[in-house]
Design a protein around this ligand. Structure first.
Ligand code: NAD
Ligand code: SST
Ligand code: ZN
Ligand code: ZN
Length: 375
């Protein structure tokens, strides 16, 4: 059977959003070309073509653009397409693909694991030794009009909006964290950082029944946003200088202000990756509490080692996610996480992508999640 394309005549030129080692950001031609999308021989077994409809910009996209790297191994060494938070519509499937058909609305998981190594075979494919992760160099990302992707990593979203479909990626980060932190009904929770990851963690933890929840940030506007999103959350503005600005002092104030009955945080979800914030979470923790670090940062970080020791603090980390999209889709559809679309503060077209990235970079824009759409 021939490879079928949904709209044989309506294909637009394929463009992608690139950065490069010179930190340029630009929209340029990419593959597959519209002609290739229309051809009968484009796809390998198991593959589909998706016309991307919505892509959120992640902090790591900004890192690759501005700093050219994340850590020692993820380095922009060539012209490189960004984006890994996406949804779209299937426009073509390989004849062997039975799970999807042209017209299906899908969210795309950016991880393409080998499914042969030990982490893959033991259900933790985020640790795949041979992983291809869209937008982590050298693997080109999702920010483009058409992409070839394995059907296995495209999940039907039904009547969810494309913006909700794109938000499933940061939601998956938070869900993976909540799952591995074993957060449960009635747990006292501290969330450090009210960026998109802190905020989706807040939505997920609130739905999971954590109480009380305190969220911190150094930016008052992000805390105001958190309060509008989940009115029952307590917010704490972290001082950045002055005598009160040490992690120990900040933790003391957090404990006396919000956990005065002595039920100090059972769990802290750290969503900044900043050393002083990780230290604050350690000092605020109850004896035997868990500090769960989602944020990423420097290669070497100083920790309050003795506070961890005398309080038997458990320290855990999260790297991306595994097996979270089906759960994320169910949760967003059920409404249990509230209206996640509220996180989308700005929307730009694919052609306006440079403006979209500038908006994320400019803190004065007060953006939360900036979305790039393709109508
Ligand atoms: N582990 C993973 O797989 C994974 C996945 C996605 C994102 N991340 C990381 O998670 C972190 C959060 O992502 P994001 O998109 O929300 O980023 P973001 O930069 O938008 O948000 C971080 C927030 O932390 C706040 N902050 C900075 N210093 C602080 C401090 N000392 N105390 C309290 N708040 C402080 C900032 O003002 C900001 O609002 C980043 O480090 C990101 O790279 C990790
Ligand atoms: O959402 C996924 C994250 O942005 C990535 O793991 C990134 O931090 C490194 O590639
Ligand atoms: Zn990301
Ligand atoms: Zn593998």
């Amino acid at each position: 059977m021939a490879q079928q394309t949904a709209q044989q005549t309506a294909l637009k030129p394929n463009v992608g959003v690139y950065t490069n080692p010179g930190h340029r950001l630009y929209v340029g031609d990419t593959s597959p070309s519209a002609q290739e999308v229309g051809s009968e021989h484009l796809l390998q077994p198991g593959e589909v073509v998706v016309e991307m409809k919505a892509t959120g910009i992640c902090g790591s996209d900004i890192h690759f653009w501005q700093h050219g790297r994340i850590g020692p191994t993820m380095v922009v060494e060539d012209e490189h397409i960004l984006g890994h938070e996406s949804s779209g519509v299937v426009v073509k499937v390989h004849p062997g693909v039975t799970s999807l058909k042209p017209g299906d609305r899908v969210a795309l998981e950016p991880t393409i694991p080998c499914m042969k190594c030990v982490p893959c075979l033991t259900g933790r494919y985020n640790g795949c030794e041979d992983v291809l992760f869209r937008s982590t160099p050298p693997v080109p990302g999702f920010l483009r009009r058409y992409i070839v992707h394995p059907a296995q990593w495209c999940f039907k979203i039904g009547d969810l909006s494309y913006e909700e479909g794109a938000l499933l990626e940061p939601i998956s980060v938070a869900l993976a964290g909540i799952q591995r932190a074993q957060l449960k009904l009635g747990d006292s929770l501290l969330i450090c950082g009210a960026g998109p990851i802190g905020l989706v963690s807040l939505l997920c933890a609130h739905a999971a029944g954590a109480t009380p929840i305190v969220i911190t940030d150094i930016d008052a506007s992000r805390l105001e946003f958190a309060k509008k999103l989940v009115p029952s959350v307590n917010t704490f503005l972290v001082p950045v200088d002055g005598p009160d600005a040490t992690p120990e002092n900040i933790a003391t104030v957090i404990k006396s202000s919000f956990f005065a009955d002595g039920s100090y945080p059972d769990v802290s979800i750290e969503c900044t990756g900043v050393a002083s914030s990780i230290a604050t979470a350690v000092y605020a923790s109850r004896f035997g509490g868990l500090v769960f670090v989602i944020g990423v940062g420097r290669d070497m970080v100083e920790l309050p080692f003795m506070a961890c020791s005398v309080k038997e603090v458990d320290l855990k980390f999260q790297y991306r996610y595994a097996n979270q999209w089906p759960k994320a889709i169910k949760l967003v559809k059920s409404g249990l996480l509230g209206d996640v679309k509220k996180l989308v503060s700005h929307t730009f077209t694919l052609e306006e992508s440079v403006k979209a990235f500038e908006t994320v970079k400019d803190r004065a824009s007060k953006s939360i999640k900036v979305m790039i759409t393709n109508e």
